[in-house]
Design a protein around this ligand. Structure first.
Ligand code: SF4
Length: 226
């Protein structure tokens, strides 16, 4: 059996099953994956039949998934199995090249923004939230504080830092889009101002991410917990 084309029913079902059951990894694979936290945590990017998708790998369900991937070779190629039967070859992308860079003051770029999927850069501008402090009333699905506690990101990304990382991600890794999100820094604008500042055009005295990438600044508008 070979991996079906994703435009077919069986191809779509394969991806749906992978995203539902998850994927057991024979060994850890390239790139930065995170067990818990905000962003692409618990998932890895794989390319299957020419399409790039995210599949869960660190969830409890994934540990019992019928799908298994062999350790990738140097090109990222891996064998996908279901119930021990070989389905075909999938690919794990190599770690983005911009992950190897740091700012002048020593902050690794991957702590400022991460690659999502194949060509989208994403960041949480404010990694803190006034609602997260009380886990009894904060959004129960949210894990914004875990990445910060684990030292995998920084609390606030300045517009200059975002511009620097976006430029490198575009030049080194072909990034095309950027998603900005934020925790809720206040109840006045709930983060809209900080996102607007981050996505503002460049001026004579400050660089900007605009011009390097298409930007989708997404204020998280949530109803205040009671
Ligand atoms: S408002 Fe946003 S960042 Fe804050 S706890 Fe809810 S989902 Fe998390």
């Amino acid at each position: 059996m070979t991996i079906p084309t994703l435009g077919t029913y069986t191809g779509r079902k394969l991806v749906t099953d992978l995203q539902s059951f998850g994927l057991q990894l024979g060994d850890d694979t390239s790139g930065i994956g995170r067990k818990g936290g905000a962003g692409p945590s618990d998932h890895k990017t794989i390319t299957i039949a020419g399409h790039t998708v995210m599949v869960p790998v660190y969830t409890s369900g994934a540990r019992h998934s019928p799908f298994q991937a062999s350790p990738p070779d140097q090109s990222g190629a891996s064998t996908l199995l279901r119930d021990g039967q070989r389905l075909g070859t999938i690919h794990f992308p190599a770690a983005p090249r911009f992950y190897g860079r740091s700012t002048a003051d020593g902050i690794p770029y991957w702590k400022i923004a991460l690659l999502h999927g194949r060509d989208t850069l994403a960041t949480t501008v404010h990694q803190t939230c006034i609602r997260y402090a009380d886990r009894r009333t904060s959004c129960q699905f949210c894990a914004i504080g875990q990445s910060l506690e684990a030292g995998r990101t920084i609390a606030y990304k300045t517009p200059a830092q975002l511009a620097e990382v976006a430029k490198a991600a575009v030049e080194l890794d072909g990034v095309r889009d950027m998603v900005l999100t934020t925790g809720t820094p206040n109840v006045i604008d709930r983060g809209a101002a900080v996102l607007a500042e981050s996505a503002a055009p460049s001026s004579s005295d400050r660089p900007a991410i605009t011009g390097a990438v298409r930007t989708s600044a997404r204020p998280q508008l949530v109803r205040a917990p009671a």
